[in-house]
Design a protein around this ligand. Structure first.
Ligand SMILES: [Zn+2]
Length: 232
C-alpha cells in the first residue's frame, strides 16, 4: 500500500494541492482587498441581492444569513440564497459582487440555464462515483488485478472531472450576469465594476484549479492502474 500512496506519480497529487492552495489564497486576498472598499451606493450585500431578485421578477427566493467565510451559495432545492456574515451586512464592493454572483445562480435556475440543469442532474451519480471509485479500484487490485473492475473505478472518478467541467460555465455565467446587472442597474459605479470583476474572476479561478487538480489525480490513476496488462 505504501507503493500506492508514495509512488513517483504522487507528485501529481501534490501539484494539484499546490494549485488549489494558490487559487484559494488568491481569492481570499482579493476579497479582503475589495472588502475594504465601501460601495458608493451604500447598500449591503443582502440589499443588493434583493434588488437584483426584484429586478429579475423573482419573488420565490428567500435570502438568509449563514455562518462562515465565503460560504455564500444558492440552493435550488429550497430556493434559498444564503449569504455569509461577511457578505450579508457588508456594504463593500466585494460583498455586493459575491451577493450578485449568487443571485446569478438564482436567475440561471429561474430561466432554466442548461449547464445548471445538467450539473444538478448528474450530481447524485457523481456523488456515488466519487465515493465508490477508490474502493472499486482497490477491490480490482486485490482480485489479482481485475482490469475491468479497475477501469470501472477509474471511470467513476472521471465523473468528478466531468462534474467540475460542467461547473465552469455555470460559475462564469453567474459572474457575467452579476456584473452586467450591477453595471446596468447602477448599483456600482464605473470605478467599482473592475474591482468586482477582480473578485469574481479570482473566485472563478478556484473552480479552474479544482478541474486541474482532479485532472492530475485522474492522470495519476490512469498511470498507476490504467494499463495493467503488461504487469508481471
Ligand atoms: Zn457560484
Amino acid at each position: 500500500m505504501y507503493g500506492f500512496f508514495f509512488d513517483p506519480t504522487f507528485i501529481l497529487v501534490i501539484a494539484g494541492l499546490v494549485i488549489s492552495m494558490i487559487a484559494s489564497a488568491h481569492v481570499n486576498s482579493t476579497f479582503r482587498r475589495y472588502d475594504e472598499v465601501r460601495s458608493t451606493s451604500g447598500i449591503t450585500g443582502a440589499q443588493a441581492a434583493q434588488a437584483i431578485l426584484d429586478g429579475a421578477g423573482i419573488t420565490d427566493v428567500r435570502i438568509q444569513q449563514v455562518a462562515g467565510n465565503l460560504t455564500d451559495n444558492y440552493n435550488s432545492g429550497d430556493l434559498t440564497l444564503s449569504l455569509s456574515e461577511s457578505t450579508y451586512n457588508s456594504t463593500s464592493v466585494a460583498a455586493i459582487g459575491v451577493a450578485a454572483h449568487e443571485v446569478g445562480h438564482a436567475i440561471q435556475h429561474h430561466t432554466g440555464y442548461l449547464p445548471l440543469k445538467i450539473r444538478t442532474g448528474i450530481f447524485p451519480l457523481v456523488n456515488i462515483g466519487s465515493n465508490l471509485s477508490f474502493p472499486i479500484i482497490l477491490i480490482g487490485v486485490l482480485l489479482s488485478w481485475n482490469q475491468t473492475l479497475i477501469n470501472i473505478g477509474i471511470w467513476a472518478f472521471a465523473l468528478v472531472l466531468i462534474f467540475q467541467l460542467v461547473t465552469l460555465p455555470v460559475e462564469f455565467n453567474a459572474s457575467a450576469r452579476a456584473l452586467n446587472i450591477l453595471r446596468n442597474d447602477g448599483l456600482l459605479t464605473s470605478e467599482e465594476v473592475p474591482m468586482v470583476k477582480s473578485v469574481l474572476t479570482a473566485a472563478a479561478l478556484t473552480y479552474v484549479a479544482a478541474v486541474l487538480s482532479t485532472f492530475l489525480q485522474l492522470l495519476r490513476l490512469v498511470l498507476l492502474f490504467g494499463g495493467g496488462n503488461d504487469r508481471d
